[in-house]
Design a protein around this ligand. Structure first.
Ligand code: NI
Length: 192
């Protein structure tokens, strides 16, 4: 596993539509995912898309930690790979999920405003409207199709990472740029 360099806002690779992965079973894809995971862990992110490591392919990954999940409804990713018996002890509301050539379907019109940050927009945080409910599908590294419905923070993470594949960063989704702030200042204000 290698820790890759993360592209920052302004780099062309973050502005383009990433290409479909032609052969999801290729060893190079597995290697990419492995390196992305190392990079995401090193940077302390909860999600990462391949364009963020200068690879313009439709690959993304994320997880949702239990303390980020918020409402209990989000703790159910709605698939069979996380059995009910393991939920009590798992620190993850949604386990690490790698998706190749994902598709996101919006369910309903409801949106929520919530804070987002991005490893490609370091140091900043902003309030971003996202659809509350989505359904997503994509291929896993094993070549299986994964389909899940997501709500709340889980849905937010998916929409954020998916946007990277279409060359969109979260500030482009913001409706009130006055909420864009340096995390250090937000933390300072919270301490005061
Ligand atoms: Ni991001």
């Amino acid at each position: 596993m290698a820790i890759l360099k993360i592209a920052s806002m302004g780099h062309p690779v973050l502005k383009q539509r990433a290409a479909e992965v032609a052969d999801p079973a290729a060893p190079e894809v597995r290697q990419l995912a492995s390196d992305m995971l190392a990079t995401m862990k090193d940077a302390g992110g909860t999600g990462l898309a391949a364009p963020q490591v200068h690879v313009p392919l439709r690959v993304l990954m994320f997880y949702v930690a239990r303390d980020r999940a918020g409402e209990p409804a989000e703790a159910d990713p709605g698939d069979s790979e996380s059995g009910a018996g393991t939920r009590e002890t798992s620190p993850f509301a949604v386990p690490l999920t790698v998706l190749i050539n994902p598709v996101v379907e919006l369910l309903g019109d409801e949106k929520d405003l919530g804070p987002e940050a991005c490893l490609s927009v370091p140091g900043l945080v902003g309030q971003v409207p996202r659809y509350r409910h989505v359904r997503y599908r994509g291929l896993t590294l094993d070549g299986q199709e994964l389909v899940r419905e997501a709500s709340g923070f889980h849905a937010r993470v998916v929409q954020h990472e998916y946007d990277h594949l279409d060359g969109i960063l979260y500030p482009q989704r913001m409706v009130d740029l006055s909420t864009l702030a340096f995390m250090s200042e937000v933390e300072r204000a919270q301490r005061a």
